[in-house]
Design a protein around this ligand. Structure first.
Ligand code: GKR
Ligand code: MG
Length: 432
């Protein structure tokens, strides 16, 4: 029998809109506001556990449906969330849009029921672990088996960008435009100066490969001691990917998703012998065997938001270690609850962990009372109970009010680009 105080009495899902920067990518540009969800799991003992995840309409509905079934569930039993998800979120009960192909929305691989279960389970698993940690006075990393490192390194996530959104009602930040090698290097200098990052990653797939090769080469010349990565989100053909890899062989730590699909990745690696990473062709356990057997991927970017949570991240790290594949972490626009969860997961990950991605420096607001600070490009792993963050209820209410007063319900970088260029559409692949 579980103690009554460990049972969930209520689970809340609060959609919010977070202001975002005009960051460019293959699909287009980030919207002025992007949807996220904050999860709160309240126990009979009065403890509140936090989670954060995607806020797009279709996920929101699935999260809310799932939340309604949680009262009575013990916070000690997060592995059971998978069975609950399979029971509740079935093809006939979920938004069809979640299961169909949407190349413009597939930055983290195929959309299918397993992926949806992983996303929903993850959001609540984090909140359950936070609640459990607060109840028993232990940090989440201790519940995961114990931290292997005291600090988690993150990479400066560089983007081609505009200085402002093309709409007048959007909020703006104080970053300059970066549309050429000089702009990218200046952006990196500020990121390194302000946060101390010791790895650099450029989001590519925006300009023809020669221009992105020039930008990455300029980064390498400006920061000869820092590892550099380039990620065009699968935009190149095998021939183009091979040429870029050959050009950047002595420059990049690895190339991330140069091409779309495991076979194309394996072929580029076979031809160029440059290390490749992915958060696109391996995003579910079922995609691991082919990718590892064909040596398509040498570094896997995990993301607890879609791999099924913090425990699933630990399992994945053990598999990668066994196969000699390195691990890093993928990110999308996120706030501090997600950053705390990523940090606990990364602290416990086994094997060869590369600096993790984070979009956090691009966000000007947060829903936690003490937003994280990067020190030497790293976050110190919190030892406070649970995730080690406190919800800022005023900020949550403000960002939720923004959501209520807006009709933005999904992240749609293609549509955001069409505001500036009405003729824009999702590029057909391979783009180059
Ligand atoms: O935020 C972006 O524009 C990124 O392109 C993101 O959506 C990707 O999912 C991601 O960062 C990646 O590494 O592919
Ligand atoms: Mg990527």
């Amino acid at each position: 029998m579980y103690e009554r105080s460990m049972l969930i009495s209520e689970a809340r899902v609060t959609p919010i809109l977070v202001s975002d920067a005009p960051l460019l990518n293959l699909q287009g540009v980030h919207q002025p506001y992007t949807p996220r969800c904050v999860i709160e799991v309240v126990t009979e003992g009065g403890v509140v556990g936090l989670g954060e995840t995607y806020g797009d309409r279709e996920y929101l509905t699935a999260l809310q449906t799932f939340a309604a079934h949680l009262p009575g569930h013990p916070v000690t039993a997060s592995t059971r969330l998978w069975d609950l998800a399979a029971e509740i979120l079935r093809p006939e009960t979920v938004d069809a849009d979640l299961l169909g192909e949407r190349p413009d929305r597939e930055m983290f691989g195929r959309r299918n029921l397993d992926k949806l279960h992983g996303i929903v389970v993850s959001a609540f698993e984090v909140a359950l672990l936070d609640a459990l940690g607060r109840t028993v006075d232990l940090p989440v990393h201790a519940l995961l088996g114990g931290k292997l490192r005291d600090r988690v390194d993150y990479a400066a996530y560089l983007f081609y960008r505009w200085s402002e959104h093309p709409t007048s009602h959007a909020s703006s930040d104080d970053w300059d435009a970066a549309l050429d090698p000089g702009g990218v290097v200046r952006q990196a200098e500020r990121m390194v100066r302000e946060h101390g990052f010791r790895s650099l990653k450029l989001k590519g797939g925006v300009f023809p490969p020669e221009e992105e090769i020039a930008a990455v080469t300029a980064l390498h010349q400006a920061f000869p001691d820092l590892p550099v990565r380039l990620d065009p989100n699968g935009a190149w053909s095998v021939d183009t990917g091979t040429k870029v890899a050959e050009n950047l062989r002595d420059v990049v730590e690895y190339l991330e998703d140069p091409c779309t699909g495991t076979r194309a990745m394996a072929e580029v690696h076979r031809r160029a012998r440059v290390r490749l990473a992915t958060n696109m062709c391996v995003t579910t356990p079922g995609e691991i065997p082919e990718a590892f057997a064909t040596d398509a991927v040498q570094v896997l970017l995990c993301d607890h938001h879609f791999w099924g949570g913090l425990q699933a991240t630990q399992h994945l790290s053990a598999i990668c270690k066994t196969y000699g594949v390195g691990l890093s972490m993928h990110s999308n626009t996120h706030l501090g609850i997600s950053l705390a969860a990523m940090t606990h997961a990364a602290a416990c990950a086994q094997g060869d962990l590369h600096a993790c991605d984070t979009h956090r420096p691009w966000q000007t607001e947060d829903v936690i009372t003490r937003p994280h600070r990067f020190d030497g490009g790293a976050i110190t792993v919190p030892d406070e109970p649970g995730l080690g963050v406190e919800l800022d209820r005023e900020a949550l209410a403000r960002l939720h009010e923004r959501w209520s007063g807006s009709d933005v319900r999904t992240r749609d970088d293609v549509a955001a680009m069409q505001v500036a260029d009405p003729h824009w559409s999702m590029p057909s692949m391979p783009r180059w």
